[in-house]
Design a protein around this ligand. Structure first.
Ligand code: DUC
Ligand code: ZN
Ligand code: ZN
Length: 471
């Protein structure tokens, strides 16, 4: 047999095993694993390198409307370029509905933004802001059937927050259609109350962003979301968990046999609320929600990853430029933390941070790393086994890593649309050097070689993990 490509001499790791073997690729798929595979049009030497499933970042925001005068730093080209340099072969951004909009039209708009503009593969979650009978009764079931098999709901934010009744209605549709609900768990009224009170007291600097969204705000909403899901008997994913109390709500639910899943992100492992203290609005670079907490919360999030309470590690990439009137330094943002856009870039740094801090420092195994960054994302969102593993029959979505290479994270190394990285100065060991999507290199030895449009839209199956406990 002759292959298109053989990746030779590397160490392959999956979510369960680590082994020395060559990878044979034909027509974009992995067609053989073994040694002495024979001939190929191209042999890629991976001696001394790791051959891993390409990262799947299942929580990224790209080209979302973000309020009057505010523009996201990435379009699909820059976000997916940045993703590829960060060792990712697929991202799952959101198609965000706004009140009154048809979800179907929203989805069409996001396809228009993404078509021909991606370097890695993409699929869309839906954000449901308008839980009307028409949306829930007609549009949503049809969209789930068409491969949009997950949706995010917000318990906070003007124009996005759903009432408990609306959450229950969305969860009911998820149960009926087999879709998975992702929940942004923060108590809207509590945040508004605290924000108003802080502003009245003249406490408007960016550091008060954290004060306006304390842990209790997140813990309470997490508890409530879990309770609502239990009432409906529907699995849910609590996204971007930042602290022990919210994590323990999830762990307790899991111990009770509920299908409650959790996700955490790099900002909760390596940033703290002190980062938002910076002078001259520097703190705005770290404003995201939920906010980074303290060192004890970082320890808790590590425990959640180590113990499998969190099955996903995503970036929550939501980039705004810093030095830009349409970004973090917008004129209103200078008047109060309330108006600083929430979100930070991170799609390119997610994997090196977890590899270095997690695998390198002995907190998690290489196999846990693969599970947390690729395999579990594919399983959770209906992409497995086509995506998320190195196995015969899977798409040849592969990241080749130099586990010994040390880099200091810096904006100079980044390839996205933002003008800063919140992870500036963090030293990491372990770096993705090449990324291949369906058998074709997008990044090779640190250089962009893939064409714009190399990434494709991937419709998704329903996830096994979205099945209720009782059918
Ligand atoms: N929630 C997200 O998931 N991303 C960015 C901002 C937010 O609140
Ligand atoms: Zn969110
Ligand atoms: Zn997000």
């Amino acid at each position: 047999m002759t292959f298109d490509t053989i990746i030779r001499g590397g160490t392959v790791a999956t979510a369960s095993d680590t082994f020395a073997c060559d990878v044979g690729i034909t027509a974009g798929r992995i067609t053989a694993l073994g040694t002495d595979l024979g001939q190929a049009a191209e042999i890629v030497d991976a001696k001394g390198l790791l051959v891993l499933p390409g990262g799947i970042d299942s929580h990224v925001h790209i080209s979302q409307p973000s309020g009057p005068g505010i523009v996201m730093a990435d379009d699909f080209a820059s976000a997916t370029r940045s993703a590829a340099f960060g060792g990712n072969t697929m991202v799952l951004p959101f198609a965000m509905q706004q009140k009154g909009e048809s979800l179907r039209e929203v989805v069409k708009d996001y396809h228009k933004k993404a078509d021909g503009q991606c370097y890695v593969d993409v699929s869309f979650h839906l954000i449901i802001a308008d839980a009307s009978d028409r949306v829930l009764g007609q549009e949503l079931p049809a969209l789930v059937n068409d491969g949009y098999t997950s949706f995010k709901v917000f318990m906070t934010y003007e124009g996005l927050a759903l009432s408990d009744m609306e959450m229950l209605n969305v969860m009911t549709v998820a149960r009926e259609t087999g879709a998975l609900v992702m929940v942004h768990a923060e108590n809207y009224d509590a945040i508004r109350f605290l924000t108003d009170r802080l502003e009245r007291a003249g406490k408007i600097e960016t550091k008060y962003h954290g004060t306006s969204r304390p842990i209790a705000v997140e813990r309470e909403a997490t508890h409530r979301a879990i309770s609502l899901a239990e009432i409906i008997d529907v699995p849910i994913m609590i996204v971007h968990v930042s602290n022990r109390e919210a994590m323990e709500e999830i762990a307790r639910a899991q111990r009770r046999g509920l299908k409650i899943y959790g996700e955490t992100c790099p900002q909760y492992l390596v940033l703290t609320e002190k980062d938002m203290d910076g002078l001259n609005m520097e703190g705005a670079k770290y404003v995201c929600s939920p906010p980074p907490r303290d060192e004890a919360s970082q320890v808790a999030c590590w425990e959640g990853l180590e113990q499998g309470i969190f099955s996903l590690f995503s970036s929550d990439h939501c980039p705004f430029r810093y030095d830009d009137p349409q970004g973090k330094l917008n004129p209103k943002g200078r008047t109060s933390f309330r108006w600083v856009p929430n979100g930070i870039p991170g799609v390119e740094t997610r994997l090196p941070i977890l590899f270095s801090e997690g695998v390198g420092k002995g907190r998690i195994s290489l196999n846990q790393f693969v599970a947390l960054t690729a395999t579990n994302h594919a399983k959770t969102y209906g992409l497995y086994p086509k995506k998320g593993t190195v196995a015969v029959g899977a798409d040849a979505d592969i990241a080749i890593w130099d586990p010994k290479r040390t880099e200091t994270i810096s904006q100079k190394l980044m390839h996205g649309g933002s003008d800063y990285t919140p992870y500036e100065g963090i030293e990491v060991t372990g770096w993705p050097v090449s990324t291949m999507v369906r058998g074709k290199f997008v990044v090779r030895d640190g250089k962009l070689v893939g064409a714009l449009g190399a990434g494709a839209y991937v419709p998704r199956d329903k996830s096994e993990l979205a099945k209720p406990r009782v059918a």
